[in-house]
Design a protein around this ligand. Structure first.
Ligand SMILES: *[C@@H]1O[C@H](CO)[C@@H](O)[C@H](O)[C@H]1NC(C)=O
Ligand SMILES: *[C@@H]1O[C@H](CO)[C@@H](O)[C@H](O)[C@H]1NC(C)=O
Ligand SMILES: *[C@@H]1O[C@H](CO)[C@@H](O)[C@H](O)[C@H]1NC(C)=O
Ligand SMILES: *[C@@H]1O[C@H](CO)[C@@H](O)[C@H](O)[C@H]1NC(C)=O
Length: 497
């Protein structure tokens, strides 16, 4: 019976290789900036159920690591920006590796493949705060990995924002790409080091942000099916670019060529499309974006400057995070391919068949919800009483402002999923968001007597009034950044209530 068994093994090998062809490069970012977090084990199962074999996290949080332990999922852990200065000291870097890598390196531990040293440390918005510590930190972490015996299996890299390179305004084509002036020296040192250590460079590329940031940006150019669309292609010598992803990636390749490292491997640390918080952030456009992206990854088309290259990609992101800073825009809390509670938003071809037959991803299993209760504006107390209309409206507006400064109201913006609610609906949405974020404690549905708990789903049309999950770990407070949006709403109350 030996011969058939060998044959069988060979057959299995072939099948596995075919099945993995498209999938092997696909990873996803798992962020935890949520007021109430799903248990890490639920998330780990969501990953494996959907065929993700790689994940990128933003720290080395013990609870997250315990969730990943034993799953075999290849993991990129991270040194957050606020620790870069510390690990620029070698003893601390060695301690970091001992605590956050060695500790998990055992049978049934975490399959750590990369350490991200910082997260977009050279972003213009940081004003150079991390320019001098990032490369020393990178070198220390890699040296500490090497000395602890992990060096062959675990590589240190730095995820950079796509704003570390550009083309001159006088010649805005990918082949003219170069590192941004103020970080050119640091970037050059860094990529030389990555080349020596055998690590890839990691870059985050967001076609959505190109569109968001430029009113004249041609919509079709953000997608991979834009060739025949209305977007005018970018002609660069003999190369024609029909989408911004390729153009952006090749600008980086040109910048690398300029410093003699045109072949340095490049991974995409983040790429994705949000589904709410902006008029272009919709499930339909996200579906279109991912369909094009996943199809071309499966086909291994590479880009014009790296034809046929296999590009390793981490999607951004896994689930919506309602406590992320909205400084970049209200869409920040809506990047998930799953909702905050692990429900898929749109079909996509995660298995990487590239056959153009996307399917709805598998929802999270074992999610525990708070009771089916909502907090809404009490129509009687808001409209009646001795207050005149303007006073009542002002009181509601103040309370909405309070709720939205502590919970997520980003769906209320113009063109967003709850943007069409009237003033009463808006107030109810805000009260409910706060009540849920606070774990439905009774005191969180008062708002000076304006609010009441109801037991019928208060959702209105496409606008979902969520019931939160039981959640694990300490809740993260939502950042107080929606004040501007709230101020815009105030006049509405004075008119409508
Ligand atoms: C290991 O990582 C955790 C989580 O990111 C962090 O809190 C801790 O300080 C790190 N350990 C060291 C020694 O820096
Ligand atoms: C960067 O500089 C701008 C303008 O000077 C300032 O508003 C911003 O807070 C600074 N950011 C950081 C992270 O230092
Ligand atoms: C890249 O690494 C290779 C092998 O380690 C080395 O031979 C080469 O000189 C490096 N290139 C640069 C530009 O540092
Ligand atoms: C709203 O959320 C609930 C669970 O929180 C879900 O069952 C329902 O399908 C959602 N509705 C919409 C329109 O997304």
């Amino acid at each position: 019976m030996a011969a058939p068994r060998v044959l069988l093994a060979g057959w299995w090998f072939a099948v596995a290789a075919v099945a993995a062809a498209g999938v092997d490069a696909l990873g996803v970012n798992w962020g935890t900036m949520s007021t109430r977090r799903l248990p890490p084990k639920v998330i780990a199962r969501l990953l494996t159920d959907n065929g993700f074999r790689k994940v990128k996290i933003f720290d080395a949080d013990e609870r997250t690591m315990k969730g990943l332990a034993g799953t075999g999922i290849e993991t990129m852990i991270a040194v957050p920006n606020d620790m870069l200065a510390a690990v620029a000291d070698y003893d601390r870097a060695r301690q970091w590796v001992k605590d956050n890598v060695t500790k998990y390196t055992f049978d049934g531990g975490v399959n750590i493949k990369f350490v991200a040293v910082g997260n977009e440390p050279f972003l213009k918005a940081y004003n150079g705060s991390f320019d001098h510590v990032t490369v020393p930190a990178l070198k220390n972490i890699q040296r500490a990995l090497d000395e602890a015996g992990h060096g062959a299996a675990v590589k240190a890299t730095v995820p950079v924002n796509a704003d570390v390179y550009d083309s001159p305004a006088s010649n805005p084509v990918p082949s003219a790409g170069r590192f941004r002036g103020d970080v050119a020296g640091v970037m050059t040192n860094m990529v030389r080091f990555l080349n020596r250590s055998g690590a890839p460079l990691t870059v985050n590329i967001y076609p959505f942000l190109s569109l968001y940031g430029d009113a004249d940006f041609p919509l079709d150019f953000a997608f991979f099916d834009g060739g025949g669309g209305s977007a005018k292609p970018v002609v660069d010598g003999r190369v024609v670019y029909t989408n911004v992803f390729d153009a952006n990636f090749d600008t980086l390749v040109s910048a690398l060529r300029r410093v003699g490292l045109g072949h340095l491997p490049v991974m995409i640390g983040e790429v994705g499309w949000p589904t709410d918080g902006d008029r272009h952030a919709t499930a339909a456009l996200a579906e279109r974006f991912y369909a094009g992206l996943l199809k071309r990854l499966a086909a291994r088309r590479g880009t014009p400057l790296r034809p046929g290259a296999r590009i390793e990609v981490y999607l951004f992101g896994l689930i919506d995070e309602d406590a992320k800073s909205v400084a970049p825009g209200n869409f920040e809390r809506h990047w998930g391919i799953f909702t905050f509670d692990g429900r898929p938003k749109f079909p996509l071809d995660l298995r990487g068949g590239g056959d153009g037959r996307p399917a709805m991803p598998v929802p999270a299993r074992g999610v525990e919800y708070l009771p089916r209760r909502w907090c809404v504006l009490n129509h009687i107390s808001a409209g009646g009483g001795d207050d005149d209309d303007a006073t009542a409206g002002g009181r509601v507006a103040d309370n909405v402002g309070y709720a939205c400064s502590r919970a997520d109201c980003t769906a209320l913006g113009y063109g967003c999923s709850c943007g069409a609610l009237d003033a009463r609906g808006t107030a109810s949405y805000a009260f409910n968001a706060y009540y849920q974020a606070q774990g439905q404690v009774e005191s969180a549905c008062d708002f000076q007597g304006l609010a009441v708990v109801v037991h019928d789903d208060a959702s209105q049309g496409a606008c979902n009034f969520s019931v939160q999950v039981v959640g694990s770990g300490a809740p993260v407070a939502a950042e107080v950044t929606t004040v501007a949006a709230v101020l815009v709403l105030v006049p509405l109350f004075l008119v409508l209530l």
